[in-house]
Design a protein around this ligand. Structure first.
Ligand code: F6R
Length: 243
């Protein structure tokens, strides 16, 4: 595992955007796995700037979703499909036809999970998966004690994650869904390159457990230690508890 320590969130965004730009130069139709939440926003901004300046051609890239709330209509402003359309696809000029994501409104949720794993494999697999990390060490919505071999499936959010995410729902935890579809840890580990971005002091304990702790289901992100090509990009605050 490679650990890259940068000064701040903006530098983290630029570092990850540059890794994506290099991939797109090598493989213009790369499948980029993207995450939602606050941490990746500087990545998407830096990548959009590269596209606007003509330095990066993203016209053939494809984008895959990491996780989705169950039960939120696809056009709800906080469904992750809507969030990614707003924050990633539209600014980068990527059409919805190049987007892959699980159906959080499917009647047969289990079928939707299996279908999504199949679609990812049929698309040739994710080339670069961007990950954030929860304060409890979750990746995607694989909360602590998720199986390290898990596939895409339905999960119940912990109270802590619902509290953390209430800020996207006018601060009202009652509006935060209880269930999500998430790529499993085993699914995530199939991406060719994993890039975890963590910024801010609040992530310092989770980063230390990920990088220096044992590989253990209590810290799902520690599974990155098992991957042959994993990069952890952290700002100084998030790196502050590394030895
Ligand atoms: C969201 C996701 C989550 C977030 C994590 C950190 O798609 O996969 O694992 O990355 O909850 O969220 P932020 O970046 O908002 O601190």
């Amino acid at each position: 595992m490679e650990v890259v320590i940068v000064a701040d969130a903006k530098a983290g965004g630029e570092t990850v955007a540059e890794a994506m730009a290099q991939l797109l130069r090598r493989k213009p139709d790369a499948l980029l796995g993207v995450a939602t939440g606050s941490t990746p926003l500087p990545v998407y901004e830096a990548l959009a700037a590269k596209v606007r300046s003509g330095a990066t051609d993203i016209s053939r890239a494809r984008v895959a979703q990491l996780d989705e709330y169950v039960g939120l209509p696809a056009d709800h402003p906080e469904s992750y499909r809507s969030v990614l359309r707003r924050e990633v696809l539209e600014p980068l000029g990527i059409p919805m036809e190049s987007f892959l994501g699980p159906d959080g409104t499917a009647e047969d949720v289990l079928g939707a999970c299996e279908r999504y794993d199949r679609e990812l494999a049929e698309a040739g697999g994710v080339d670069l998966q961007l990950l954030g990390i929860g304060t409890d060490g979750h990746i995607g919505f694989n909360e602590p004690c998720s199986s390290l071999a898990s596939r895409t499936r339905i999960k119940t959010l912990t109270e802590q994650t619902r509290v953390d995410n209430a800020r996207f729902f006018d601060g009202d935890i009652d509006q935060v869904p209880h269930h999500v579809i998430t790529q499993g840890i085993g699914t995530i580990l199939e991406a060719r390159h994993l890039v975890l971005l963590a910024t801010g002091e609040g992530k310092a304990d989770a980063v230390a457990a990920t990088v220096e702790g044992p590989v253990a289901a209590v810290c799902p992100a520690s599974a990155l230690q098992l991957h042959p090509h994993a990069t952890v990009v952290v700002d100084e605050a998030a790196a502050s508890k590394l030895k």
